[in-house]
Design a binder for this molecule. Structure first.
Ligand code: GTP
Length: 597
């Protein structure tokens, strides 16, 4: 155990975490050149394209230092706020963390939020100043920023370049010298932390764990504490580039487990693995059931594809346990599903995976957060509102509560004013303003989560000219004045366009929604009135003017194949449209409320 080091890399997005991980693997000879792809740890195509690590993995390296052989387990952490619970579990599996800071960008919101998570878990922090090769690197200033943040010495900060290889050897030495070896009891009952799981269509779910006490043996009868389920360990092993089966994984080490489980849902990140007959009395602290934060309807473009969509969603859920869905129906869209996501990025990923991996074309409706409603009749009974149509009649409502977050924004001092007005506009309340340096400020707000869903990132980017980083964590439910705004097309309500909005913004947003829809809904042979309403009260109206010319008119008398081609072309363009009543609504219209500015 004394020669094991378990560590993770924490960084703000794009500060070089994956590149540095690749360099460490290369330097320790854990990969050959042939195996070394652009970013080894990001195995999903989608991840590679988006350049973000969505699912955390782990990898083991060997390194000889001062004549002794060491085992280094690098536990990768996801890099986006939507997946912060997974980050916290990966961090809990380590004794140390490399804190990577981009020498040109300095400390950003996720540098700090991840650092706090690491400190809460008593991790030894090794500060690394990355990208020193960049001409725009601001080595002295950023080193000072890090020293200030950590209260460490200048000499502790390792200048490095994951691109050119500067500092890699120093980083490895620091991992061995500074990060404590794990301290577990090998002869105590098995106690292991699940920090991740990955779905493998051929072998079932692979569980990644860190053994704290005891050991996991091949064939052992084991139990998962939170779910209460028991299994046999069909295979255990260490995570190299390929999995290497082993007879036993002992206290202090990291490994994978295969039990024949076919559904990702059965494995909960944060759960404790123990022995079925001789269980540990103490589960690993910090287990949470992850809850979806954002809900939206997903409907097939073609109503006939409903069953296909269901089976695709079921398959997706097999490997993404954080996706939840239940069937729902909409007067406008027919049968579909109300789905819960960890955040907006997760929603986009699911939509993209449905299209890419399952060849489904889907319509996603306006996302909303999960509200709690209470009626006069039963003021103590909470009604979950995950869909605008679930909101009880306003006259029967006692109160509504909405989820709040603590938002942390790091920016240049020049932008403090405009960011504050944005956040106040988004119903935020400033709780702290902390100058990290004279030029850089950390602003902390309490804000409704719903406001983050509605075009917050884009506006933050605009007002800060890109110089703001953002992170958030949930802080519970608070009372809210909520109204349901309906949209009527041609005089009838389209339920899939309804949105729950704060009463103070409802008129303004309702008006903008009508304007936006007017631009998005294609013109047809007749005028299409668009109205926004709160209850029976119309708050805004626009009209999509009738089309004057028949597009196929010019083909009359002409060659029939030309006409067919034109129709074919129109059909392609229609892909993501739904006919509601006699009005065609494109996908963008369902998301219009998110992009009003
Ligand atoms: P996420 O996975 O999205 O959190 O990003 P990451 O932190 O893993 O960053 P990644 O390794 O993908 O690097 C982001 C970009 O910075 C890539 O284009 C890298 O090529 C580049 N990069 C990383 N390290 C260095 C470095 O030391 N020098 C220079 N010049 N570029 C670097």
């Amino acid at each position: 155990m004394k020669n094991i080091r378990n560590f993770c890399i924490i960084a703000h997005i794009d500060h070089g975490k994956s590149t540095l991980a690749d360099r460490l693997l290369e330097f320790t000879g854990s990969v050959t050149d042939r195996e070394s792809q652009a970013q080894l740890l990001d195995s999903m195509d989608l991840e590679r394209e988006r350049g973000i690590t969505i699912k955390s993995h782990a990898i083991q390296m060997n390194y000889t230092y001062k004549g002794e052989e060491y085992v280094l387990n690098l536990i990768d952490t996801p890099g986006h706020v939507d997946f912060s619970y997974e980050v916290s579990r990966s961090i809990a599996a380590c004794e140390g963390a490399l804190l990577i800071v981009d020498a040109a960008q300095s400390i950003q919101a996720q540098t700090i939020s991840n650092l706090y998570l690491a400190l809460e878990n008593d991790l030894e922090i090794i500060p690394v100043l990355n990208k020193v090769d960049l001409p725009s690197a601001n080595i002295e200033v950023v080193t000072d920023d890090i020293v200030e943040l950590l209260g460490c010495e200048i000499e502790d900060v390792i200048p490095a370049s994951a691109k050119t290889g500067i500092g890699i050897e120093e980083i490895l030495s620091a991992i061995i010298e500074k990060i404590p070896a794990p301290t577990g009891k090998i002869d105590a009952p098995l106690r292991a932390l699940i920090f991740d799981s990955v779905y493998n269509p051929f072998r079932g779910v692979e569980t990644y764990f860190r053994v704290i006490n005891g050991s996991i043996k091949k064939g052992q009868h084991i139990k998962f504490v939170a779910t209460g389920k028991d299994y046999f360990a069909d295979e255990v092993g260490t995570l190299r580039l390929k999995q290497e089966p082993k007879k036993e994984i002992c206290a202090g080490d990291v490994g994978y487990l295969i039990t024949g489980i076919k559904e990702a849902r059965e494995i909960k990140v944060g759960d404790t693995i123990t022995d079925a007959k001789n269980p540990t009395t103490e589960a690993v602290a910090g287990f949470e059931d992850v809850k979806p934060m954002v809900f939206a309807g997903i409907y097939p473009v073609d109503t006939e594809d409903y069953e296909d969509l269901r089976s695709s969603m079921e398959k997706l859920q097999l490997n993404d346990a954080s996706l939840v869905f239940i069937p729902e129906s909409s007067a406008a869209l027919g049968f579909g599903f109300r789905c819960g996501f960890l955040g907006m990025l997760h929603l986009e990923i699911i939509q993209e995976r449905l299209e890419r991996e399952f060849d489904m074309t889907v319509i996603t409706t306006v996302p909303n957060v999960s509200y709690h409603a209470f009626t006069h009749k039963n003021p103590e009974v909470k009604i979950l509102v995950n869909n605008p149509t679930d909101l009880p009649d306003p006259s029967s409502l006692n109160r509504v509560e909405e989820p709040y977050i603590k938002a942390s924004i790091i920016t240049k001092s020049d932008f403090v004013g405009s960011i504050m007005s944005l956040c106040i506009d988004k119903r935020g309340q400033i709780t702290n303003q902390n100058y990290l340096t004279p030029e850089r400020v950390e602003l902390t707000f309490d804000m409704p989560l719903a406001e983050i869903v509605f075009d917050f990132y884009d506006r933050l980017k605009t007002v800060s000219k890109g110089y703001a980083s953002f992170d958030y964590s949930p802080i519970g439910m608070r009372a809210s004045k909520l109204v349901k705004v309906d949209v009527l097309l041609n005089g009838s309500i389209v339920d899939a366009l309804s949105a729950l909005l704060h009463a103070d913004n409802a008129y303004d947003i309702g008006k903008k929604m009508c304007e936006k829809l007017r631009q998005l809904i294609p013109r047809q042979q007749f005028d299409i009135p668009i109205q926004a309403a709160i209850g029976a009260k119309i708050i805004s109206r626009e009209t999509v003017k009738a089309l004057r010319k028949d597009v196929t008119a010019k083909c009359y008398g002409g060659d029939i194949s030309r006409k067919r081609k034109l129709l074919e072309k129109q059909k392609k363009g229609k892909k993501r449209m739904r006919l509601v009543g006699n009005v065609e609504i494109p996908q963008e219209a369902f998301m219009a409320v998110l992009k009003l500015n």
